[in-house]
Every structure is written in structure tokens, then in C-alpha cells.
Design a protein around this ligand. Sequence first.
Ligand code: SPD
Length: 383
Amino acid sequence: MSLRLATLASASALILAACGGSQPGGDAAGAPAGAEEKVLNVYNWSDYVADDTIANFEAATGIRVNYDVYAENETLETKLTAGGSGYDVVFPSARPFAQRQIRAGLYAPLDKAKLPNLQHLDPAIMAGLADIDPDNAHIVPYMWGTTGLGINVDKVTAALGADAPLDSWGLLFDPANAAKLASCGIHVLDDDQEAFSAALIWLGRDPNAGSADEIDAVREAYAAIRPHIRTFNNAEYKDALANGDACLVMGYSGDIGQARDVAIEAAEATGRAAPDLRYVIPKEGAVRWMDVIAIPKDARHPGNAHAFVNYLMQPEVIAAITDHVAYANANLAATDLIDPEIAADTGVYPPEDVRERLVDPVSLPDDMQRQRVRAWTGIKSGR
Ligand code: SPD
């Protein structure tokens, strides 16, 4: 996998720009009546395509892409529910986000005649999405991954000793460990679904539980380590892990793979030894999530949107993205095209025995979800 240093460095700036609230570009004026102007407004997670994905699409189609990024499902959802987001293609996480957005009628039905590359997708993954999207009518799978721990092994073992439990959520949730790691930097995702699930798994409870009792247990788990957590975020932790500002992060699998590559490239450039950065799916288990592609119902360029979705399902295109971002895709025809190093990376494609410990998130009833979100706000602020 080759990842330019600039990629991560630019991510935060892009997110800030995207959060600035400006409408995406794309002026309908000038397009002949009935014709679709050659513009496409895309809203995706940061660092979620290869360096040349968008440029190649533009060159192949003549469609100009306005590309904005976000780091939280909630940012996307706020724009979608406000209406008139201006985006033509978006990438929500399947559960609970795409699920409730489909229910709310926020997405246009896909015109499958315009998506011949659907034939390449894994039928098992498509079937697994059918309960939230009957007939796979609105969403197609993009990438899937897990949420685990990113570890700077040298720093963590220096603080905890050679027998540090590198394979356990206890590295984070055991307050004795967190206290000793505080000074080298602990970052935790600002993602209530992932953060709640991780704590519940560590406590030996069902990660999809949402009762008051479970919420209290999660609150207590975080209260015990809250003074040792430097920050909660969904994107900056990658740079922090790569540049040595963090030694332990809760993060998304591929992001930690990207941080490792950035650190290796930086070390090569300066002639220093690269730090041993590892992604670990803890032995207690972890969440497996899936991000999907959808076209908002008010998209102004639905034809271009379908062309882009179909392009992303080309085996060569999606294999190159997986090589770059270190996330697994749902495209069977791409399997043999993936860089063998990535295909063999157990953090990207976990082996069967690890998959048995992975849990798929479910959508909680709305009132439980609201309580989780409220509790998460309190946890982060230390209340
Ligand atoms: N840099 C891309 C990160 C994508 C993470 N999406 C997963 C969200 C799970 N709640």
C-alpha cells in the first residue's frame, strides 16, 4: 500500500472545510433543459478513496467532482435530515444510520439498470443488508472494518512492561493501565456506538444492549479512565498515532493501518527506525461495521451519481481503494486484484477464528439510542 504523507495531513483541513456548512458546488445554470450538467457532489468519510480514484473518474467521464469529507455519521445525518444537502452520493454506516435514513425516505431507489457492476458484489453481504434495505433497493456496500486498538508497542511496553496485555481491551479500560499510558497519549473515538460497544464487550456484556443498567455500567467504565484520556475524536487520532503524539487509540481498523504506513514513510524519509504500530482486534471481541453508498433523494445529478456508484464497483477501482485505505470491500471480483500484503493482513481481513468474536451492530429503539447519546455527551465532558 502506498499512502502519501500529505493525505492524512490534509484530512483535518478538508474536514474543517466540509464542516464549514458551505453548500457543495455544482451550478445547475447553464445545463440544457433536460440534460444533467457534468457535475457530481460527493460526501464521504475522510481518507476513504485512493489518491487517484476521483481524478480517474473525472478523466473517464468528463464529470467534475466536488468532493467533501466528514468524520462522523452524525454530520452527514444532520445535513441529510435538514434537506437540500446538495450531495449526490454519500457513504453512511449501514447500522443504525443507513437503516433509519432509508426508513425516513432520505434515499432515492437505485436504478439497477445503470449499475451493471452490481454483479461483482458478494451475494452473502448483499443478503446481509436486505433486512435494513429490502431488495437492496437503496444502498450498496462500500467498505467494512472493525473497531479495535491502535498501539505504539514500544511506548506501551515502556510504560507497562513487556507483559502488557496488548491483545485486550484491558489495555484501555483497566484504570491502572490507562493511568500509566496517560502521559504518552490516549485517544478514544467520538463515536457513541463504537465507544459503548467496546466498553460493554470489555465488561463481558452484550455490545448491543441499551438498558439503563448497561448505560450506567458504561458510564462507570469511562469514569474510571476519563482523567487519562487526552481527547475524543474520529480522525485526528491517525496523525497522533503516526507522529508519536498518541501511544494508544481506539480506532477504525484501516485508519490504524494508514497511520502505520505514514509512520513507515516518515521514518524512511528521515532515516530513523519506524515505530512498531499495531492494530489489534482484542481477544474479548469487537464490532464489525459496514459503510454503504447511497444517493440522496434530492440529488440533483442522479445520472452522474449512478455512474460514480457503478465506477466504484469496478473490481480494479475498488481493489485499488482497499490497497490504499486498508479496509475490506464487498466485491468478490476484486479479491484477486488486492495487494497480497493487504489481503494477508489479519487486521483487514480477519481470519475465521477472529471473525467468530466480531459482533454486528443492531439499531436500538429510538429512546434507548437517545439515552446513549445523552450519556456519551456526559462521559466525554467528565460529568
Ligand atoms: N476513514 C474512514 C473511516 C470510516 C469509518 N466508518 C465506520 C464507522 C463505524 N461506526
